[in-house]
Design a protein around this ligand. Structure first.
Ligand SMILES: [Fe+2]
Length: 247
């Protein structure tokens, strides 16, 4: 008999301001996130991964509001920072809320690897040598694995954000073994992206704040609103993923 899958949500790029009435790209990031939550709850998530840029200004109030919005949402919530986040404030508030900073989570027979790619003061990201050597060892186990990182390791075809990638993305991707790593999923790009490279799926979670239409040199607002990515993970390694909107 097939076991029920583990339902995992990836929430990214909330960009909440200190002021809950503040605007991000002329929209309310609080209202947009809240408008998405009913659709996310209907998926009955078993776990959530927040992949950074929670707070536009890195302020305490933004993290505290996210914790209140996600109250009772799900038992397992994990997170990584993005370039807009204040790592120490995020760690303090999310840690107190019981959120998991990884770097490894074990959910539904799957392994989740949470990578911190943030370089202080830099909108681009980089992974450390220690991270890369740890990633090379993942292939020694065939446990199905998802890797989460804020910055994209490859260009997504939109110049406005491709200027700020994971600077050692090629080296990162070369460390991964498709025997265990099924997918790498990132945030940062505010658009939907899917690409296969050497048997590993590279995905983005679009933003819960404001998204851009894909393939534009400048940020060009996507009128279809805030989104998140979902995963269904079966213990034998089968998986599926897609994007969910508020509507
Ligand atoms: Fe970012």
């Amino acid at each position: 008999m097939t076991q029920a899958p583990f339902t995992l949500l990836q929430i990214s790029d909330c960009h909440l301001l200190d002021d809950p009435a503040g605007l991000y790209r002329d929209q309310s990031p609080d209202r947009n996130l809240l408008s998405l939550l009913p659709a996310l709850k209907r998926l009955k998530p078993d776990g959530v991964v927040i992949t950074g840029d929670v707070a536009e200004q890195g302020g305490r109030a933004a993290y505290e509001r996210v914790v209140s919005y996600l109250e009772g949402f799900c038992h397992h919530i994990a997170y990584i920072p993005g370039n807009h986040d204040d790592r120490s404030v995020m760690t303090e508030i999310f840690g107190a809320a019981g959120y998991d900073a990884g770097p490894v989570v074990n959910w539904g027979g799957w392994r989740g690897i949470l990578l911190d790619s943030v370089v202080d003061g830099d909108p681009s990201g980089t992974l450390g040598a220690d991270d890369l050597s740890q990633l090379k060892k993942l292939g020694e186990s065939e446990e199905p694995t998802l890797v989460f990182v804020h910055h994209p390791p490859m260009a997504v075809g939109s110049a406005w954000i491709d200027r700020y990638p994971l600077t050692n993305g090629e080296a990162f991707m070369d460390c991964l073994d498709a025997a265990s790593v099924k997918a790498v999923s990132f945030g940062h790009v505010h658009q939907v992206f899917v690409q296969n490279r050497k048997g590993i799926q590279y995905l983005s979670a679009p933003a819960t704040s404001v998204n851009s239409q894909a393939g534009f040199d400048r940020f060009t607002v996507d009128p279809t609103g805030p989104k998140a990515r979902w995963f269904k993970l079966w213990p034998e390694g089968r998986w599926a993923s897609g994007v969910i909107s508020a509507g």
